[in-house]
Design a protein around this ligand. Structure first.
Ligand code: AMP
Length: 215
């Protein structure tokens, strides 16, 4: 299965991606996670990306296009892929189309997870993240022990870009740069809308139901 998850920051793409990746046995490719790992490791890419990420802006297209091309050429993508957070601009989508043609794996579906702006701000402001990839919410999904990851025991942190002023900027960036991609994929008839305001399990069930038509 070849899938991309589309939707604003805080829509639950990462959470759904983890489950979908297990369900279809395909790699979860989150460009945000890859960039954050580079920031943590202090790589050249990470240092460059951090400037943009901290401001809620998009990292330049050429950086992301190179990154995704390398990742999609790795052997685990032979079984398919689940893109999370890529593409985010029309040039990224154009580049992706060419890469997918080259590797012979066109996209089956783009899942558009919809959530209201109000809800997004509440979700992102309370989000707590672990470097192992797990994420929690102080109110809606708290860890068993305050500030500690259930899965690996590490200390949770609030992403720099989950601060209120950066959240607003990320939503503005999404509306300006990423939302136009909806029509891009609607025209290709592979965009499917999913109501992301329901519980995690309900959203997952909805996704599996719509994915049935792409089998
Ligand atoms: P995410 O974890 O997907 O919310 O991404 C966090 C941040 O990483 C974004 O706000 C951007 O600064 C950067 N980023 C992730 N994916 C992309 C992308 N496809 N294009 C540009 N910047 C990206």
């Amino acid at each position: 299965m070849n899938i991309a998850l589309f939707g604003p920051p805080g829509a639950g793409k990462g959470t759904q991606a983890k489950e979908l990746s297990k369900h279809y046995a395909i790699p979860h490719i989150s460009t945000g996670d890859i960039l954050r790992a580079n920031v943590r490791d202090g790589t050249e890419l990470g240092m460059k990306a951090k400037e943009y990420m901290d401001k809620g802006q998009l990292v330049p297209d050429d950086v992301l296009i190179g990154l995704i091309k390398n990742r999609l050429n790795e052997s685990d993508c032979e079984s398919g892929y689940l893109l999370d957070g890529y593409p985010r601009t029309i040039p990224q989508a154009d580049a992706l189309k060419l890469i997918l043609e080259e590797i012979g794996k066109p996209m089956d579906a783009v899942l558009n997870i919809e959530v209201s702006d109000e809800e997004l701000v509440a979700r992102l402001g309370g989000r707590r993240t672990c470097s192992c990839g797990e994420s929690y919410h102080v109110k809606f999904n708290p860890p068993e022990k305050d500030g500690v990851c259930n899965a690996c025991g590490a200390e949770l942190y609030q992403r720099d870009d989950d601060m209120e002023d950066v959240i607003r900027q990320r939503l503005a960036t999404y509306n300006e740069k990423t939302k136009p991609l909806m029509n891009y994929y609607k025209d290709q008839e592979i965009l499917v809308d999913i109501d992301g305001s329901n519980t995690v399990d309900a959203v997952f069930a909805d996704i599996l139901e719509v994915m049935d038509q792409f089998k």
